[in-house]
Every structure is written in C-alpha cells, then in structure tokens.
Design a protein around this ligand. Structure first.
Ligand SMILES: [Zn+2]
Length: 604
C-alpha cells in the first residue's frame, strides 16, 4: 500500500509531509554541447507553461521553442505528481533536438538537502553515505567510476537519495542505461547530486523520466532501499535465488561454497600496458590443469566440503588474449585431456568447476577478427585500446556476443568439459556500449539485454552464471559475481545493494584486510559475515595460513546456508565510530561484527 501522504508541487520544488524540497537555482537546467559550451533552457525565445490533469495525476508542462543559434530547437519538460503513488515524475521530452550537438542534458536540477545529520545515499559499488558536512572533498581527483555512468559499477542501483532530519527522497532514473550522475562534495559540503541525460545513438530520441519518491520524517537509507525494492518488485524486475534455483539445480549447490581463483597460462604481449620491459620473463607464467587437480583433492582431504573453482587462462592464447577465439584448451597446461581430468575430478569431489571467459574485449590478433564485428560509436569511430594482457582490442558488439558464447560452449561440451559455473568478464562492471554499424545496430538498453542473453545461455545449460560485479539491470540473469565491495573513495560504507537484492545474488568477499574495495579498518571475513555472503579460498596458501582460511570459511559457509535466500532487512551502526555494525535477515538472524576487536556474534 502506498503512503497516503503525497508530494505536492510548489514553486521551485515539492512539498511533502510538511517539508519543502527546493531545486538549487545555481544549477539551471541546461545542455552541455559537443564543444563543451553550454546552452541554458531559459535562453529559449519562447517559454510557455500550462497545467494539466490526466487520469494519473496533475502537473505542469513547460514548452521551450527557438534559440538564437538553433531556431528549430524545441523541447518540453513535465512535472507531474502521480495521484496513486504520490511520487513526482520529472520528464524531459525532446520535440525537435536533432540540430543541437548534445553531449549531456542537465535535468532536473539537484535538490537542496541540509541540516544536522543530513546525508546523501550513493550507489557507488556496494554503496555509501556521504554526510552533508563530511570534512573531506569527494570525487575531485578520480571522479566516479565510469564518470558516473549508470548501469556500471558507478551505480549498482539506478538511483540516489538524500536524508534529512525531517524527511528524505529517492530519485529513481527510469532509463538508467542512457544516463550518468554527478555528486559534488567540496570539503565540508554541501552535497549536490544530479543526473546527466545522454544521447542514444547520437540523438536524444525519446522522453526521459526521473521519479522522486519522498519519504517521511524518521526515514533512513534502509527505508530508501525498501521503497526501491517495492518498486522493482511491482515492475517485475525481481528474480530471487529461490526462483533461479528452480531454473538451475546448481544454484542451490553454490550456497555455502568457498570460491578459489586459479591462474592457468599468463601471456602479456609487448603492446600491452602491463608488459614488463625490465624483466621480460615475468610476462609469461603457467600452472597445469593437473596442478589444480592435485590441490582440490588435497583441500577435500583437509575438510573443505564445498568449493567453486574459477579457472583463469585455460585457453591456448592465455589470460585476456585473443578473445573470443579462445579455444582450444592450453596445450602446455595439459590440453583438453588435462582440462577434462580437472573438471571430472571436481565433479567426483562434489565441487563445482567454472571458467573465466570474455565476450566484450575483442582482440585484433584473434584468428577470426574482423573490425566489422566491433561496436561502432555514434560518431562512426571504433574504440581501440592496448591495456590488457592481449594488447590491441576493440569492443565486440554485444548483439553478436550470445552467438560467440554458443559457438565456444558447444565445443567445450563436445570436449566433455563438465561446467557447473562460468564467469563472463566485465558485463556487470563496465558501462553499456552502443553501436551504429547498420549490420548490427544496438542501443545501450539493447546491449544490457544481449549481455543478459549470454548469462541466460549458461542457465539453460545448468551452468551458474557469474560476472565481474553486480548490477540492478542483471538481477533477472545473474546468480553470483567475482566481487561487489566498496568504492575506493567512500565516506561511510553501507551495503545498499545487499539491502535491496541480497535474496537475489550471492556475493563472495576477499578475505584479506587490504584487498581492493575493502574499507579501511575492516576485513573480508567480517564483511562476508555482515553481508551474509561467500568467502574466498586461497589458491596458494599453505600450513597454518591455509588452516585459518578453512576455519574462517566454515563459519561463513554455515551462515550462508542459513541466510543466502533471505532478504537483508536492516543494517545498523552500533557506535559513533561505525566500527560495530549489525545486519538483520528476513528469517530473524542477526549478525553483529566489531571491526576494531575482530569479533562477531550471530544470533538466530
Ligand atoms: Zn553492433
């Protein structure tokens, strides 16, 4: 049931529950053009406003027509309060905008949120809170991941929000694939958060809406997560792990597993950014399939009952080389026969075997490479870089990726490789691509659907699909990930993604305190417990260190069996310095951790 309180339109913003929310007039709605110049909406020669009422609510439309340099330019903005939900929708409607070389549209303006203990709720990776008066400047040097592009790790969830003493709001972007966001926070504040709407295939093309969900006094970041989940459920974007387990029996087998990443062949080509010129012998390394077969047998003997092995660099070209022409299995590692021995052993031990694979990076030295298959940007150019081990690459147009997945996996099956999981790199981390090649045009929204199709192919073959991180758009497709930690630049880490989607995706945590994305003063063991997640197993530790890894995993695994299918319904800070935290799951289990004293309490 929706709140009986509804947003009300007032001059310059909204009113809700006795509080006024005003747009910051220092950020007038505007276009950023290709040449970095700015055109303000209010520079229009004709601006006319009209109010309207429809079956769904009422609001105001503003029509902008005719600009000095762009006499044909016209567009509309609409602000409407939905009479059922009480939510406010702000829409940008392009009428005739093709003459304008648009890079970004800054609409709507940021709201002003202020007062003691007010903070912004931001979905950089797993999530964070930024107090309005936070002493440090944020995102000034490195910016947001992928420049704030939504549907990338810059925003695991397609919204941001702010909370004050007397209420708060969540601002949900309805077309996140063609949007980015900015958060400004100079030292000492204040926060200003706003969207930048992006052209699609070189034009604005269609109307864009953001929805403000206003929440009453006493709400917090957990309330925003719950409000968002309710919306996503109604929109039919939820697929729980229970539902995923009904589609694919190996999903249930993954619950409680530890995850071990194992390197196979590494080969860094001279063109690569990572090529080591001083010590060229370091550009190549190799572990055989049999090496890993021996280790998993030993782990079984040591009491590791459940394990998922993620094998890197198993193809002849070596890790991150020549994709998507990655087969056959690496000869020097033992070839198809060695890979089959490993996969058979894994099955016999009751373990799960999975491979690292990649269908976005498209290497120029792949035997079937053809630039015509690469994603073509809106300006007709084809992106090219030589960053990763394999050197020069484009991006494969995602519209072709599902067919390449099928081609490669049919051969893996023919070779008798038994796969129960597979990792498709970067899909849930990097920004969506678009393509204007007339042979396979693709919007960013299409791109996400094609990436999902690749993951679905795996599900159809009882292979549990994984990708690099997690993202709201991938909820219908993805079961687990490589990791989903916190952004390097985080004020107060909070598990916003888990508060929305814990019962839909499994997240493993690196155990080391200093692993990437681990907030200072915390460690992966306690984060895995607090987040009801999975734990990693070291592929190289021995002796007491390995014993300790196994002991910690057993604690994590025991909890994961109890909460994997549950929602995370609450997250709380128990002390001022935030070192003591508690989460609550939908079956009543609570996990309290103390990062300072390295202790935990699990209550059932
Ligand atoms: Zn294409």
């Amino acid at each position: 049931m929706y709140n009986q309180k509804k947003a009300e339109m007032i001059d310059g913003g909204f009113a809700f529950d006795g509080k006024s929310w005003l747009f910051d007039q220092n950020y007038p709605p505007r276009f950023l053009l290709e040449d970095e110049s700015v055109l303000l909406f209010k520079e229009a020669k004709s601006i006319t406003q009209s109010s309207f009422t429809s079956g769904l609510g009422s609001g105001v439309r503003t029509l902008y027509k005719g600009f000095d340099k762009y006499p044909d330019l016209s567009f509309e903005t609409q602000a409407m309060v939905d009479s059922t939900t009480g939510h406010a929708h702000l829409t940008f409607v392009p009428l005739a905008t093709d003459s304008l070389p648009i890079k970004e549209v800054f609409f709507p303006q940021p709201l002003i949120c202020q007062g003691e203990n007010s903070y912004a709720v931001v979905n950089t990776l797993q999530g964070q809170l930024i107090p309005n008066d936070w002493p440090e400047a944020m995102f000034e040097k490195k910016g947001l991941p992928f420049n704030g592009q939504m549907c990338s790790c810059g925003a695991y969830l397609p919204w941001f929000g702010e909370i004050a003493k007397d209420g708060g709001y969540l601002c949900y972007n309805r077309q996140p694939w063609d949007s980015a966001y900015t958060i400004e926070h100079p030292a000492g504040g204040p926060n200003r958060v706003y969207y930048r709407l992006l052209p699609s295939l070189g034009a604005m093309r269609y109307a864009r809406t953001v929805t403000y969900v206003l929440v009453p006094r006493g709400s917090d970041y957990v309330s925003l997560c719950q409000a968002y989940r309710a919306i996503a459920d109604e929109e039919g974007r939820t697929l729980t792990l229970k539902q995923k387990a009904a589609l694919n029996p190996n999903v249930a087998k993954l619950v409680g597993c530890c995850v071990m990443h194992c390197p196979g062949k590494t080969h860094v080509v001279e063109d690569s950014f990572y090529y080591n010129r001083e010590e060229p012998e370091k550009n190549d390394s190799l572990h055989t399939f049999d090496h890993w077969t021996q280790r998993v047998k030993r782990l079984k003997d040591m009491g590791v009952s459940q394990l998922y092995l993620h094998l890197d660099g198993w193809g002849e070209p070596g890790y991150d080389n020549k994709h998507p022409d990655y087969l056959p299995a690496c000869e020097a590692m033992g070839g198809w026969a060695g890979m089959k021995r490993l996969s058979d052993t894994m099955r016999d031990l009751g373990y799960m075997f999975g491979i690292h694979d990649q269908y976005r990076d498209y290497y120029l030295d792949a035997p079937t490479y053809d630039i015509d298959n690469a994603a073509m940007s809106a300006d007709g150019s084809v992106f090219k870089q030589a960053r990763w081990a394999g050197g020069w690459q484009n991006f494969l147009c995602a519209s072709l990726a599902p067919s390449y997945v099928r081609r490669n996996f049919e051969e893996l099956f023919r070779q008798g490789i038994h796969l129960e999981g597979t990792y498709l790199d970067v899909f849930t981390c990097n920004e969506p691509d678009e393509c204007v090649n007339p042979r396979h045009p693709m919007t960013r929204e299409d791109c996400l659907r094609y990436r999902g199709e690749c993951l679905h192919y795996l599900t159809a073959h009882n292979i549990v699909p994984s990708s690099e991180e997690v993202n709201d758009w991938a909820i219908p497709y993805q079961v687990f990930c490589h990791w989903a930690p916190y952004y390097g630049e985080t004020a107060i880490p909070v598990p916003l993604f888990n508060l929305v989607w814990h019962d839909c995706v499994m997240i493993p945590w690196m155990m080391e305190a200093d692993s990437w994305g681990m907030p200072k003063g915390t460690n992966g063991f306690l984060q895995a417990l607090l987040n009801g997640g999975m734990g990693y197993m070291s592929e190289s530790k021995e002796g007491e260190e390995l014993q300790e890894n196994i002991r910690q995993w057993k604690v994590i695994s025991d909890l994961h069996h109890k909460v994997a299918y549950e929602k995370m319904v609450k997250h709380e800070f128990l002390n001022e310095s935030c070192t003591r935290q508690r989460t609550t799951f939908s079956n009543g289990i609570t996990v309290e951790v103390d990062f300072e004293h390295n202790t935990y309490i699990i209550k059932e």
